[in-house]
Design a protein around this ligand. Structure first.
Ligand code: ADP
Length: 401
């Protein structure tokens, strides 16, 4: 049984084809710079086939063309002879607002709601919807499922999602914390429970999703009870180019004293801040390498990044009244041992004790690792995330219902 996972962005299309009988990936593809004069195509065929990467540059005018090319490529490389071979298609959708607390089979009503939620994610929801509409045309008989980044966090109680603003702004504009990276949290929390040998309904987890975007979530009995990203992905931990938590007063100061327009401030906080703002780099590998050769701004960026994580761990330990495990995931969480070390530094009185040797032993496989000392109260886990597999699994659940 084959399931296709689609992530349709404003100028890109990512896709992953699964054979759900053995959970093997049959193909992973990316089409970037859609609409520009030279678009880039990449198709990876994993070792189950003749392992190869196909790259090409050609003009891909719009998403419809991109999706036609995707199906042509999958056919050409014998991954999918006909769209009707697909048992289902999963779409990553960024914002489900308060309308979706889990994934949903797509119909016209669902599309209308995704569209209506666009003001909450103006760069993402319209692009996600284009992907859905085009695929609906190409594969009208295939069940399609929308999987929302926000859905996992709909269990956060009002005291966790309410901002200290006039309640009218919630009533009329739905201004509240939504949270993101939900598909990753859903996958990783289930993996953590399996690893701990516990029923997920009896677990307390603090999960740190550290990629280009970063967030932390407190998960009680499988439900998100608080998360660091807010109404938008700008709040919370320091990120590659986003500032995370700042004093909102800075925005007014910038407007008043420097005359910046609101769009410039938006760009400044989302694209010029975070790690990049502090040290000029947003790739954690580069920052670590520079910090290790004595670059003081790279070191400062690393310290701010990890100190912010440490503070969130502390606050979620309080929210959960202790935890079974602290989980690191995402490109940085899975690979950057120094980030894990600094984030857990000097927290033994809270029951967190990282074993430096286990932490540094990266291993070669993408598997779950425990990196705490034998005396640590909390387990400290490194769990590779897999958002695409989580989406495919949720599609499977819908079509088996
Ligand atoms: P995205 O949020 O785009 O999915 P990823 O989860 O792939 O991003 O994470 C990207 C981040 O992971 C980058 O900052 C990158 O530098 C970092 N990263 C990847 N591999 C390593 C590594 N071996 N050591 C340190 N950081 C790494």
């Amino acid at each position: 049984m084959k399931i296709l996972v689609i992530n349709s962005g404003s100028s890109s299309l990512k896709f992953q084809l699964y054979n759900m009988d053995n959970m093997h990936v049959l193909a992973v593809g990316l089409i970037e710079q859609i609409g520009e004069s030279k678009s880039r195509l990449k198709l990876d065929l994993p070792p189950t086939q003749t392992e190869q990467t196909i790259t090409a540059q050609r003009k891909v005018g719009d998403h419809e063309t991109a999706i036609t090319i995707m199906f042509d490529l999958l056919k050409e490389h014998h991954c999918l002879d006909d769209v009707n071979e697909l048992a289902g298609i999963g779409h990553r959708v960024v914002h489900g607002g308060e309308s979706f607390s889990k994934s949903v089979l797509i119909d016209d009503h669902v599309c209308k709601i995704i569209k209506a939620l666009s003001p909450l994610a103006p760069l993402h929801n319209p692009a996600n919807l284009i992907g859905i509409r085009v695929i609906q045309k190409k594969a009208p008989k295939t069940p399609q499922v929308a999987v929302f980044d926000t859905a996992f966090h709909q269990t956060i109680p009002p005291k966790g999602y309410t901002y200290g603003l006039p309640q009218q702004l919630y009533d009329e504009n739905r201004i509240r914390r939504y949270g993101f990276h939900g598909t990753s949290y859903s996958y990783v929390s289930k993996q953590a429970a399996l690893h701990l040998g516990k029923d997920i309904g009896h677990t307390k987890l603090i999960v740190l999703h550290l990629g280009n975007g970063t967030s932390a979530t407190a998960i009680l009995n499988g439900n998100s009870i608080d998360t660091s990203m807010g109404m938008t992905p700008l709040e919370g931990l320091l990120m590659g180019t986003r500032c995370g938590d700042i004093d909102a007063g800075i925005i007014f100061y910038l407007a008043r004293e420097t005359g910046r327009a609101i769009q410039d401030i938006d760009d400044l906080l989302n694209k010029q801040s975070g790690l990049k703002g502090i040290c000029g780099e947003n790739d954690m590998r580069t920052i670590i390498a520079k910090a290790q050769t004595g670059d003081s701004t790279a070191r400062l960026a690393l310290d701010v990044f990890c100190y912010r994580i440490k503070k969130y761990i502390g606050s979620y330990l309080a929210a959960l009244n202790g935890a079974d495990a602290l989980v690191f995931t995402g490109g940085i969480g899975e690979n950057a041992n120094i980030v894990r070390e600094l984030s857990c530094h000097n927290m033994n009185s809270l029951g967190i004790e990282l074993d430096p040797q286990k932490n540094n032993n990266q291993g070669t496989q993408r598997h779950i690792r425990e990196i705490q000392t034998t005396g640590s109260n909390l387990k400290i886990l490194v769990i590779p995330t897999n958002e695409e597999l989580e989406i495919a699994t949720q599609v499977l659940e819908h079509i088996q219902e």
